[in-house]
Design a protein around this ligand. Structure first.
Ligand SMILES: NC(=O)c1ccc[n+]([C@@H]2O[C@H](COP(=O)([O-])OP(=O)(O)OC[C@H]3O[C@@H](n4cnc5c(N)ncnc54)[C@H](OP(=O)(O)O)[C@@H]3O)[C@@H](O)[C@H]2O)c1
Length: 240
């Protein structure tokens, strides 16, 4: 129970990787704020945490809307752990990229975590402790045809991690990135992650628990001297 007595906000924890991160943080003793747009899936994640004896509550948010982001930041003002996980991934050849899809990816993947962190991190700085984990992707470091906008948003996230680690480090607040490889979730079907998994050194896609384990490690005191890092959890794809 290395996180007992602490609180955590996980964006996009109504499904997929974020849901599993919320479950694992709660198992480690954290009280978790589950968030997303879906009240129904939010309630289901909270119920799953409570069924294991953990503590959680749901705060609805639309991360494409800055007012909504502001309300989430107020509701989660004093968390010890912030996991910027929610993400939109829409793929298109560059010549066919639409403006609404471009805007949605930058709003949810970059603008929302930026302003959420801008509200929450200064409170961590005041208290002299806190851990922020940003979820990126292996596609931020490799050329993946059709993923131009998505990869660019996550490359921005990688950059934010480095800047924030520099800004908040002297106050004891750590900021790191986890870059997952292909991971089976409700947003990433087996048709999508299966062939990508074959391109990794491990020749398979990941399960959500393998990504969440890395996130919880970086959030925890076990990673107390780790900041500014980008941890690939991608079956070795970056070195393949
Ligand atoms: N799966 C992969 O292969 C993979 C690989 C590399 C990186 N990643 C990254 O890992 C993260 C999670 O991916 P995933 O596969 O677990 O995705 P997922 O199953 O599609 O879940 C996405 C989560 O983000 C939330 N979300 C999306 N748009 C939102 C919005 N406008 N406002 C609030 N919440 C929103 C969703 O909640 P609601 O539906 O309730 O709004 C949901 O909880 C993303 O950042 C993704 O880029 C995934």
């Amino acid at each position: 129970m290395e996180l007992s007595g602490s609180t955590a906000l996980v964006t996009g924890s109504t499904s997929g990787i974020g849901r599993e991160v919320a479950l694992q943080l709660a198992r480690a003793g954290a009280e978790v704020i589950v968030s997303g747009r879906s009240e129904e899936r939010g309630a289901e994640t909270v119920a799953a945490i409570e069924a294991e004896g953990g503590k959680a509550r749901f705060v609805a948010v639309d991360l494409a809307d800055l007012d909504s982001v502001g309300r989430l930041a107020e509701a989660a003002a004093d968390v010890d752990v912030l996991v910027n996980n929610a993400g939109v991934f829409e793929f298109a050849p560059t010549g066919e990229q639409t403006v609404p899809s471009y805007d949605a990816m930058f709003q949810v993947n970059v603008r929302a975590p930026y302003f959420l962190t801008a509200s929450i991190a200064p409170r961590m700085v005041e208290r002299g402790r806190g851990s922020i984990v940003n979820i990126s992707t292996m596609a931020s470091e490799i050329g993946l045809a059709g993923a131009s906008v998505y990869s660019a948003t996550k490359a921005a996230v990688n950059s934010l991690t480095r800047t924030w680690a520099a800004e908040f480090g002297e106050s004891g607040v750590r900021v790191n990135t986890v870059s997952p490889g292909p991971t089976l979730t409700s947003g990433a079907s087996v048709e999508m992650v299966g062939p990508l998994g074959e391109t990794t050194l491990l020749r398979r896609h990941a399960g959500v628990e393998e990504i969440a384990g890395a996130v919880v490690f970086l959030a925890s005191p076990r990673a107390g001297y780790v900041t500014g890092a980008n941890l690939p959890v991608d079956g070795g794809r970056l070195v393949a």
